[in-house]
Design a protein. Sequence first.
Length: 369
Amino acid sequence: MRIVLVGPFPPLRGGISMFNHSLAETLSNNHEVHRISFSLQYPQILFPGKTQFFDFEGKQSKAMINSINPFSWKKTVKFINSQKPDIVIFQYWMPFFAPAFASITKGVKKGCGATVIVNCNNITPHESRPLDSAMTARFFNYCDGFVVMSKTVENDLLKIEPNPKYRRTPHPIYDIFGESIEKQKAKDMIGVTEKKVILNFGLIRSYKGLDILIESAKLFKNKIDNFKILVVGECYGDENKYIQLAEDNGVSDVIDFRFEFVPNEKVNQYFCAADLVALPYKSATQSGVVPIAYHFDIPVVVSNVGGLPEVVVDGETGFICEPNPNSIADSIVKYFNMNPYFFSQNINEYKKRFSWDNFVKVVLELVES
């Protein structure tokens, strides 16, 4: 089949960009795939980070969509219709893009009549605004089917579309961040000398609960020996408030802040150096960090929010706790009192169900249903 994927692609940064790239690579094994990305994703005034791009040498997409320029939407429609696709798959995560996506989808349905599928990463954004639901509903009105990756997103979908055609399937395991590295070698590569490493990874935003992790460190600092918390990711906000919070709680000596974007080729260094990944989110639909951790057989501590508990077997592939310092601290201490090989063996078996081939199978079954 001829398939068009619409959404962010590398060299745009972000988990959804890498998701789209992995989906395109898998689909390309058996189908003709065209990749359409943004010429302008976020206006700079709305973008809190340092840059929206990173160095990328893989398969390139067509950067066509300017999120605030309707003329680019018409150009995108013309290109998609010229390819005569059987399926068009959108990545959706924020109502800001709904007007562009609705316009493109309407033009595609009138033009080539392709089946339009939406992969719903988020439906209700973490920082919601008036008219979000209305804009999303207008876009969804033109679509034929939906894929959700958590029960939370499924519930959000059903609030907007009472009788949608959809499938729910887990977020696949990323396999694009290189092979595993021996733990000591990985530590040497990133300059970590401590015996035990707790990793907090990804873009840092307030809803991800880094403040909870910092406050929890005070509670387990004297219960775990020779450890370091690695905080790795670009901060969308004030870095200094986290540094000050660590100082106020007397844990600056056990936290290594690395407020920087990590290129794909170095992601494995951080995960392979880690014993445990801690994600104390205050709210969530799902997290792309969990699949990366599982790829490297690293257990996770996650908050009992959104779709996170759906992908963790409590006490076997990690721990599910409440989003507060006491609960996070208890889970981290519990992990370091257990055999780490027990977790890695469980993860190695558990992750087999999260393949990209299985995800593609679900999407194509949805199209054919």
